[in-house]
Design a protein around this ligand. Structure first.
Ligand code: ADP
Ligand code: MG
Length: 694
């Protein structure tokens, strides 16, 4: 076959069915380029070959041999189609069996040289490999006998299919343009981009894989920095509505909150209002159709630990803008959170005469009352609704504001420039051609180490909430090894008896969404058995948004006592009556994430407890989890994550080509190099080109 081109459709690579094409599109794999940039989440080491005679039950192994017999048959009781084979090498032979995969018998007839990978089990006939990975033995193996790439999957796409398609796409890697000049590349000792892409999928060894990951990560950081630079320059040109702060309104909204703001909250409010009031000196305030546009767009990040009270700060800012006759968009990351935050803001702002809307795919309310989409759309367009709480979808073009002056982005985990780009589209262009932008407040609970604040958030001003609201005590955290599970169950019974609620969070499984579903469903069934009198809810990302919302609401209304969930709940679910959290397979999470999760409990009067459960009783796991148990300071944990993780460790969470790498987990040395290179590119004769930004 001819060498494919980057923009060619995946369907041209191989005869793939319509169904598979649709599923690949779900992974956003439409073209050859997409496949090349779909970096594996990890590699399995299937390099060392085992002699068949040396196979041991329970120990994963790779063997190389010849099929001596293979046949399909139906299992008698169940209508299951079995494929049975015997594979032999110089030392012995082993039985293999596959279920419902009759093609195996056709693809690997007797006499075929094969490589098998699997974990042997033993029954009365001896050792057996059940559903091993099988591949023809050849010079370049894809599935065994090497470092084997493991990709993030969606239902109905297999690792084997993906590996095969990627291998067909690889010859096109040479067509990838390299955004770095040879001079810089050689000086920085980086692979070429084409080599990096080849090696990131099918590396010869660990060193090659690390070098490939480093190069791609380097590109992502450089791209990010260049985009931030571009957006900063654009911002410096732009103007924004100058908000006249009504001091009486500030006092009224503070009075409407059910608590007194902490010193840190007061300080953040002051900084935000200061930003929005400031005028651009060279542009005198000029009254236009929308009022005074002589301001400078605020670009502020509100950084505060879970439970530090970011919502209240946002509420004061929103009230001031609404009171000035303008509109606010409050964006939450999930449907569940949107509905929850809308309820809180409605409760606080509606009594002040500020109309708050909730706008998600499934829930549309104005001041708590359900309305039709048409009514909602009209109310936002006319300006009757001042505060619109919604998912990120409300930045889409279809939603028209009459006078959007402030966008608040809650729980922003990544500092992608996408939302800012979307906001820029909402800019109005004034008579003299100056773009007028809404002010922007992003909020995150992820503590960003100071070292990184300086290097990457150069274009954002930062307000830190470093003071806990008084009522909040640290969550008592303990590590639970298998032998101590009873203790944990006992604690949960105690909390339930006291009328409190609990979360059970299940660890993420990275290679296959189906595994995650199985884990959470299993935990749900186990909880039902262990607590027959309790009402137990289930929440995971595969449920429909309405169902997710119903599960959340049931927990919020205390209709359920225990909520078994995946990390869907990570971002901001607030139930003050929840006092206990169990995190299963806790070792799969980083420190910062564990800290975020436990922040979901102990938000009310009673103190919170958290159990970090693990099935792996190993010293490293204990050390990892003990640190979280012993440290209550989220910033300290983030610094530790940063020190411990090199660029390789975080690669799995990053997707090449999108700004989604978690910068606070980045190796500072790599960051510094990338920053220097970005500076060189910007200052070079050719300057920043499209190749640098895409
Ligand atoms: P986060 O920063 O994680 O978004 P929230 O805004 O959800 O935190 O606040 C956490 C909890 O603390 C909420 O129940 C909120 O009502 C409460 N809270 C916020 N500020 C204060 C304060 N100054 N005093 C007492 N409680 C507060
Ligand atoms: Mg919050």
């Amino acid at each position: 076959m001819a060498i494919p081109t980057l923009d060619q459709s995946v369907a041209d690579l191989h005869r793939i069915g319509k169904q598979l094409a649709t599923r690949l599109r779900r992974l956003q794999l439409a073209t050859v380029r997409d496949l090349l940039l779909y970096v594996p989440v990890r590699h399995d080491d299937l390099r060392s070959m085992t002699d068949i005679a040396a196979l041991a039950p329970g120990v994963q192994a790779v063997v190389r041999g010849r099929v001596v017999a293979i046949a399909n048959r139906r299992a008698h009781q169940r209508r299951m189609l079995l494929t049975e084979a015997v594979v032999q090498d110089a030392t012995g032979s082993v039985r293999c069996v596959w279920f419902q995969q009759p093609y195996v018998a056709h693809a690997y007839p007797a006499g075929t040289a094969v490589v098998l990978a699997g974990t042997p089990t033993v029954d009365r006939y001896g050792l057996q490999l059940t559903s091993p990975v099988i591949e023809r033995d050849s010079e370049v193996n894809l599935h065994a006998g090497r470092l084997v790439p493991i990709y993030a999957l969606t239902a109905g796409v297999t690792q084997k299919q993906l590996r095969f398609l990627v291998s067909l796409a690889l010859p096109a890697a040479g067509q990838m343009t390299d955004p770095l000049s040879d001079t810089i590349r050689v000086r920085e000792k980086l692979l070429s981009r084409a080599d990096a892409i080849r090696s990131v999928h099918f590396p010869a060894d660990d060193a090659e894989r690390a070098a490939a990951q480093e190069r791609l990560l380097f590109d992502d950081i450089v791209r990010y920095i260049l985009r931030v630079r571009a957006s900063r320059e654009e911002m410096e040109e732009a103007c924004a509505p100058r908000i006249i702060v009504n001091a009486a309104m500030v006092e009224r909204v503070k009075g409407a909150l059910p608590f007194v703001l902490t010193g840190a909250q007061e300080r953040a409010v002051g900084e935000i209002l200061g930003d929005m009031t400031a005028s651009t000196p060279p542009r005198p305030p000029s009254p236009r159709e929308g009022g005074d546009l002589g301001g400078k767009p605020m670009q502020r990040l509100l950084n505060g630990d879970v439970g530090s009270g970011k919502t209240a700060v946002a509420a004061v800012a929103a009230a001031v803008v609404a009171d000035a006759g303008r509109q606010v968009a409050y964006l939450a990351p999930t449907e569940v959170l949107t509905v929850q935050q809308a309820a809180v803001l409605t409760r606080w702002l509606q009594p002040l005469g500020i109309s708050v809307a909730c706008w998600t795919r499934t829930t549309r309310r104005i001041d708590g009352t359900p309305v039709t989409l048409a009514v909602l759309r009209a109310a936002v367009r006319s300006g009757a609704v001042r505060v619109v709480v919604g998912t990120h979808a409300i930045l889409a073009d279809a939603v028209q504001f009459s006078d959007l002056a402030l966008a608040i982005i809650d729980e922003q985990h990544r500092f992608g420039v996408e939302q800012r780009a979307a906001l820029r589209k909402k800019a109005r262009v004034s008579d003299d051609g100056v773009a007028c932008m809404p002010h922007l407040l992003s909020m995150t609970a992820t503590p960003i180490p100071r070292t990184l604040q300086l290097s990457l958030l150069g274009d954002l001003a930062v307000s830190v909430l470093d003071e806990r609201p008084q009522a909040r005590r640290p969550v008592a955290t303990s590590v639970i090894v298998p032998a101590k599970r009873l203790e944990m169950t006992h604690a949960l019974k105690e909390e339930l008896a006291a009328g409190h609620q609990a979360f059970i969070v299940c660890g993420k499984i990275d290679d296959d969404g189906g595994g995650e579903l199985a884990t959470v469903t299993e935990a749900f069934e186990r909880a039902k058995r262990a607590f027959p009198d309790a009402c137990i809810g289930l929440l995971h990302g595969r449920m429909k948004p309405v169902e997710q919302q119903a599960a959340m609401e049931a927990f919020a209304m205390h209709e359920t006592d225990i909520l078994v969930a995946t990390t869907v709940i990570e971002v901001g679910v607030d139930q003050p009556n929840a006092t206990l959290m169990i995190i299963e397979d806790a070792e799969r999470f980083g420190h910062s994430q564990l800290h975020q999760l436990r922040g979901r409990v102990g938000r009310g009067a009673a103190p919170g407890r958290c159990f970090l459960a693990t099935r792996v009783d190993a010293p490293q796991v204990r050390a990892h989890l003990s640190r979280v148990a012993q440290t209550t300071d989220g910033f300290a944990l983030a610094e530790f994550d940063l020190a411990r993780r090199g660029p390789g460790a975080i690669f799995g969470t990053m997707q090449s080509g999108h700004d989604v790498f978690p910068i606070w987990e980045m190796d500072p040395a790599l960051l510094d190099r990338a920053r220097r290179v970005a500076g060189e590119i910007a200052a070079s004769d050719a300057g920043v080109t499209a190749a640098h930004l895409e």
